[in-house]
Structure formats: C-alpha cells, structure tokens
Design a protein around this ligand. Structure first.
Ligand SMILES: CC(C)(COP(=O)(O)OP(=O)(O)OC[C@H]1O[C@@H](n2cnc3c(N)ncnc32)[C@H](O)[C@@H]1OP(=O)(O)O)[C@@H](O)C(=O)NCCC(=O)NCCS
Length: 290
C-alpha cells in the first residue's frame, strides 16, 4: 500500500545538529552556502525543519529585527528548502505557516526564487522590488572616485552606534544585533562627507568566496566609492554582491566584469518597513537576511 508522505512529515525546531543535513539540502538546490554560513544564520535566528523517518527533508529560518515593543519590529524569512523528492506535498507551506506564526505582528520580508513565488503569493506576500546577484573573480579594479570632502576610512572601535543608525535608516529595521554579530568577522570601511559618517561597507567570507555587503550609502556615487575600495584591494578574489535592481549600480558592476547571475523578487507580508530617503541599502547582508 502506498504511504502518504503528507501524513508522515513532522515539524520541529531546528538545532545545530541539523546543520549538516541542511547544508546538504542547500547544496542540492545549488546554493553556495558553507556550513559556516548556515551556523551563523541559525545562531542569529530560529529555524523549523520538516522530518520524515528521522530524515530532515525541509528547512526554513526566520530572523527578528527589533524588540517586540519596537513599533518598527520586522523579520525576514529565508533558507526555505524542501528536498526535491518531498516537494509539492505541502511541506513548504507548513514550514512557512509555522514561521509566520512565530513572527506574527511583524512585517516580514523575503527574497523569493522563481520556485518560491507561487507559495509566497498564496500566503499573502506581495512584491516590492527585486535583487540582482552579481559575482565573479575576473573584474577590472575600479578607481574609487571621491567627491571633494569625501573619504573612505577603516571602521573604528567607536563606530558601532553609527553603523546601527545608518543600517536602521537604510532598512527601516533594527539591525544592531545582526551587525554586532557579523562585524567582528568582517572587514569594514566608513564613508564620510565633511567628516560626517554617511555610509559603510563590510567585506566578509561567504559561499564560494567573499561578499561585499551590507553596503549603505546616501547615493550611487557613495556606494561605488565604498564597493571600489573592497574590489580594488581584492583583485582576483571571487566576489559577490546582491543589489536592489533599482539601485543604479547594476550596470556599473556588469561593466567592471561582475556579471548578473541571478534575480530574486523582494516580497513583504504586512506593512513595508519605513526607510529614511537620505540613506539606502545598496548591497544585502545575504539574500536570506536582507
Ligand atoms: C519553494 C519550495 C520550498 C516549495 O516547497 P514545497 O513543499 O514543494 O511547496 P508546497 O508543496 O507546500 O506548495 C506550496 C504551494 O505552492 C503551490 N505551487 C507550487 N509550485 C507552484 C507553481 N509552479 N505554480 C503554481 N503554484 C505552485 C502549491 O500548489 C501549493 O499551494 P497550496 O498550498 O495552495 O496547495 C520548494 O520548491 C523548494 O525547495 N525549491 C528549491 C529551493 C527554493 O527555491 N526555495 C525558495 C527560496 S525563496
């Protein structure tokens, strides 16, 4: 007698012991995450796994930004993967419904692959934009073109509050805990204009090589100055950036030799977080974390 897989799948909280199997699932989906990337993401958030016969066949993670009392409290969802053999049986929907229950009352953002779009639309997510993924190792080293009064300098020990404020302005979310977790393992620079900090960019290990992100700047010129700093000092390294499609730097990245290799659709469930129009996010921390 045929067994109905829908009856057999159970959901439970993800633990660090699940990460090797989760890593296998992401590799099967041709995603570049290292086990270290999974570890970092689980440490910062909460995950659910779907299990059949003691085998993890599905994953989904969520990250909360801002305390429950923060009027701008938000969350992101990512690493939503169901093993190909178990797809189309409602497991993706169950994982998503479990996470949406955990972060009820928050605006929830995610970046959807083509495969994920139908599921997220059915759950009430609406499209707000798109992210294009640029990457490569054979890029031309750009010359950082600074305007008068502009400077790119290393991050200092006293910059934490400034980073938190710039990230909040650019995303509309409290990214303090996320930044505090990733800055120690990253290199960072600050963009100043007339000695005032107006943007920053981190450079970190991720996936197949390095990731330039997050990048926060007041305009495309400032973002290019920050990105040029990292590309200029890492010629030949495999570098990746996930940039908003409407950010006006995608064409420039193509011209440098960092081709667009993918596109995901940004979606929101609930109100869109309110950002400060003078400060923009030009490159994500990761597609999952936003
Ligand atoms: C996206 C993914 C997680 C969905 O998981 P799943 O377990 O197959 O999804 P479900 O079976 O729960 O289907 C969810 C809903 O989407 C619908 N759906 C799925 N694919 C569809 C398609 N191509 N067109 C229309 N509807 C579709 C299903 O009918 C179902 O609707 P219902 O709940 O109203 O019946 C899975 O396909 C996957 O892991 N893909 C590879 C990794 C990936 O791209 N993840 C998304 C990252 S953002």
């Amino acid at each position: 007698m045929a067994t109905d897989i829908r009856v057999m799948a159970t959901l439970r909280r993800m633990t660090p012991a699940d990460l090797p199997t989760a890593h296998d699932l992401s590799r099967e989906a041709k995603w570049p995450h290292r086990i270290e990337d999974w570890e970092m993401m689980l440490a910062l958030g909460d995950g659910q796994v779907a299990v059949i016969d003691d085998t993890v066949v599905g994953t989904a993670l969520t990250w909360r930004f801002g305390a429950d009392t923060d009027p701008a409290k938000a969350a992101t969802i990512g690493m939503v993967i169901v093993s190909p053999a178990a797809q189309g049986m409602g497991i993706g929907r169950r994982l998503m419904e479990a996470l949406l229950g955990e972060v009820a009352g928050r605006s929830v953002m995610l970046n959807a692959t083509e495969e994920g779009l139908p599921l997220y639309r059915k759950l009430g997510f609406v499209e707000t934009g798109a992210i294009v993924q640029h990457q490569g190792a054979a890029f031309a080293v750009p010359v950082a073109e600074l305007i008068p009064g502009e400077r790119v300098r290393p991050l200092g020990a006293k910059d934490d509050d400034t980073l938190h404020a710039l990230a909040r302005a650019a995303t509309g979310m409290d990214r303090s805990a996320l930044l505090d977790a990733i800055v120690p393992g990253a290199q960072g620079v600050m963009l100043t204009r007339e000695n005032e900090p107006v943007g920053f960019a981190l450079f970190r290990r991720f996936g197949r090589g390095y990731l330039v992100g997050p990048v926060v700047a007041p305009d495309a010129g400032g973002a290019k100055a920050l990105i040029s700093h990292w590309l200029g000092s890492n010629a030949g390294a495999f570098c990746r950036l996930d940039v908003p499609e409407d950010s006006d730097i995608s064409e420039w990245l193509e011209e440098l030799g960092l081709p667009q290799v993918g596109r995901v659709v940004t979606m929101v469930h609930g109100p869109v977080p309110v950002t400060d129009p003078t400060t923009r996010l030009f490159s994500l921390t990761t597609q999952a974390l936003g």
